[in-house]
Design a protein around this ligand. Structure first.
Ligand SMILES: Nc1ncnc2c1ncn2[C@@H]1O[C@H](COP(=O)(O)OP(=O)(O)OP(=O)(O)O)[C@@H](O)[C@H]1O
Ligand SMILES: [Mg+2]
Length: 244
């Protein structure tokens, strides 16, 4: 497995109390596949992605990358190998170009190997001339795409996407879906994709996990899940958007 969570529990502090947010979560993410992470708002999806990127520490269990505990991997190396596109992008001070080059500048041994930021803007269907813009002056959907461009520029092995198309129109969403699916096929990129759009999950994912209040409710092949969930929670999650 490319990424594996084994019996992971994670608590966060709320009002001077530790509240368990992830409760014994196990998850196996296959190399080169898109794994959709579904669940109601507040079920722990973003927290789970943060844990894989070591933006949050777990109290119990283990998370591995290529079989190795992520706590034994240098955190900067881990974040280069596992890229994250957050629900609300946060940019470094500076231009779009500086944001895209931030990672590659840290990793590149000499400047000759630096990537072309314009290429990454084109990849996400943005105007390559926007390299000199302040990303904070872009629209929400444009910011999402700059955030993805910046993450892709690090050439990650694993991509954690937190609702990456929530601010995009249908055409832009489908372009992004095609782009990511292509990277999975061509470069064996492995993806965990959080989405509230079940139709999107059905289009893109080979595997699905449904989280419910911090627990795994459903897990398995996407085609099985969408053909008929095995739990009441799974059925009620799918029902509102199912066409009769
Ligand atoms: N910094 C924090 N401190 C304490 N509790 C937190 C913190 N961040 C999130 N939580 C709590 O953890 C739970 C899971 O939050 P999380 O953001 O992972 O949910 P989510 O599934 O991503 O939801 P959404 O679909 O709305 O993005 C929520 O109950 C939330 O209130
Ligand atoms: Mg979230």
């Amino acid at each position: 497995m490319k990424v594996e969570l084994k019996d992971v529990s994670l608590s966060l502090r709320q009002d001077a109390q530790d509240v368990e947010i992830l409760k014994g979560v196990s998850l196996a993410v296959r190399l080169g596949m898109i794994h959709a992470l579904l669940g109601p708002s507040g079920s722990g999806k973003s927290t789970l992605l943060y844990a894989i990127n070591r933006l949050r520490s777990i109290q119990h269990g283990e998370i591995t990358l290529d079989g190795k505990d992520i706590r034994q991997i240098n955190v900067f190396e881990l974040r280069r190998r596992i890229g994250i596109v957050m629900q609300k992008p946060i940019f470094f001070p500076g231009t779009v170009e500086e944001n895209i080059l931030y990672g590659p500048r840290l990793w590149a041994k000499d400047n000759m190997t630096l990537i072309d930021p314009r290429h990454y803007l084109k990849l996400v269907q943005l105007d390559p001339d926007w390299v000199s813009r302040d990303p904070n002056t872009l629209s929400g959907g444009q910011q999402q795409r700059v955030s993805l461009a910046r993450t892709l520029a690090n050439n990650p092995e694993v991509l954690l996407l937190d609702e990456p198309t929530s601010a995009l129109d249908g055409q832009a969403s489908e372009h992004l879906e095609t782009l990511i699916a292509g990277l999975c096929r061509e470069r064996e990129l492995t993806v965990i994709w959080v989405t509230h759009d079940v139709h999107q999950a059905e289009r893109i994912a080979q595997d699905v996990t449904l989280l419910y209040r911090g627990r795994v409710m459903e897990q398995g092949l996407a085609k099985h899940f969408f053909a008929g969930p095995s739990t009441e929670e799974g059925r009620s999650y799918l029902t509102p958007s199912q066409k009769v």
